[in-house]
Ligand binder design. Sequence first.
Ligand SMILES: Nc1ncnc2c1ncn2[C@@H]1O[C@H](COP(=O)(O)OP(=O)(O)OP(=O)(O)O)[C@@H](O)[C@H]1O
Ligand SMILES: [Mg+2]
Length: 514
Amino acid sequence: MKEYWGSLASILGVLAFCQSLLQVLIPPELRFATLKLFNRIFNMFTSYCYFDITEIDGVNTNELYNAVQLYLSSCVSISGSRLSLTRALNSSAITFGLTNNDTLFDTFNGVTVLWEHIVTQRQAQTFSWRPLPDEKRGFTLRIKKKDKSLILDSYLDYIMEKANDMRRKNQDRLLYTNSRGGSLDSRGHPWESVPFKHPSTFETLAMDPVKKAEIMEDLKDFASGQSFYQKTGRAWKRGYLLYGPPGTGKSSMIAAMANHLGYDIYDLELTEVHNNSELRKLLMKTSSKSIIVIEDIDCSINLSNRKKGSPNNSSSIGRSYCDPEMRSGTGVSSGDEGGNSITLSGLLNFTDGLWSCCGSERIFVFTTNHIDKLDPALLRSGRMDMHVFMSYCSFPALKILLKNYLGSAESDLDEGVLKGLEEVVDKAEMTPADVSELLIKNRRSKDKAVLELLEALKSKAEMKLKSGGCVGEKNLNDVEEEEQEKRALESPKEGCDFEDSVKKEEEDEEKKIK
Ligand SMILES: Nc1ncnc2c1ncn2[C@@H]1O[C@H](COP(=O)(O)OP(=O)(O)OP(=O)(O)O)[C@@H](O)[C@H]1O
Ligand SMILES: [Mg+2]
């Protein structure tokens, strides 16, 4: 044995000596040509072809390298004796990878290929503005020559798609906002992001189960509908209009949608957008697989018809003190694309026009407390694909809240109490937010919570009955007040002064009329 190792060492020594001798004797050009020739001869006789995917392509990072790395991490068996572990930024998951110069077999469409992760030391660099890493990394893919044309393109597409999916699954959702008012960050992005960790899901959402199932089905069809949208020539996007009184779960629904699909959310603050072209730029900087949200659309911009001075104009009702035009006193929106304000036509182009198609798989969600204040152009069929009414708490919704907050299933509750709740809940017109508050308050004592809730519902229903419908109007006023409070809180600087002056003007006018 000793002799064997001894002779092997001496052979290797001789080979190394020959190599260094050749390096000294043969000029680099000739060496390179010889190597090329050897490669050619080797390629003629081998039944494989090889593809190198380097980490850095010129000076840019090669997207394909990252995708292959992530994809292979799903094929690597955890039982492997040596693996590399990574945790990406904004990710809560750890991924396994091939270590240096490790190999792995993978099968795609019945064809087996070999991947090798090759890491070599980079030669000393001359001066560069962008220093490269010390190690040169790359993957080499080995495929049989006869299989190359069969699978190469589709295999690489598959890897890219799978890697994107994995990236999304591993990464925390992000919530983007354009609150910077048109200015860009150091990388030229107009959106700021924070990790999105809203706990709302379709399971916790209290609403009619049939309606809920319909929405979930619709979302599922949308997310898996790439070929359908392609076949029908439609842009791969969907619009939802969520409307209903405050506290009925519109924002919770958006969070549930994002959690269900694994999409990021872009919360578009229209009052921070100065004109239509800025709106377009914002849209272009959104990624696919995302939900673009405009909350309280009726009080975000001038929702007048696109034609100036249209008789159909509902703007004076829908306009808010948040509207920059109202603040500046111009009153009427230009409606021009290049104007210095954002218009309904700009918004429709954003959601519906040619610009809406830059990128794909996007959901637009608008919310409003007053659907009646929206311009018919926004409601026309094809604009918002689904109109979802978020109603006051119904009996099925109430049962979900009882389960969520008290852990009480229907069977756990006293039959009489349950019947009582069913009788009054619709008449009381209480929002799920109000019901939730009551349940949270008494969550330590289930019986007390349910009885108190029943009492609250009964008294609200009675009040409503006594006032013979006037409560409805009163409620509307309450809603109006609540909204104004909310807006003032959201944009105190913009809201207060202007609102006060408008109110004062209105009061003065009323006095004059009297
Ligand atoms: N349908 C619901 N299911 C479960 N919880 C709800 C529902 N509606 C409201 N809530 C509770 O009330 C809180 C407020 O609800 P949410 O913000 O979703 O209402 P909203 O309709 O968006 O109100 P607004 O019109 O004021 O924006 C939520 O945090 C949630 O806890
Ligand atoms: Mg909301």
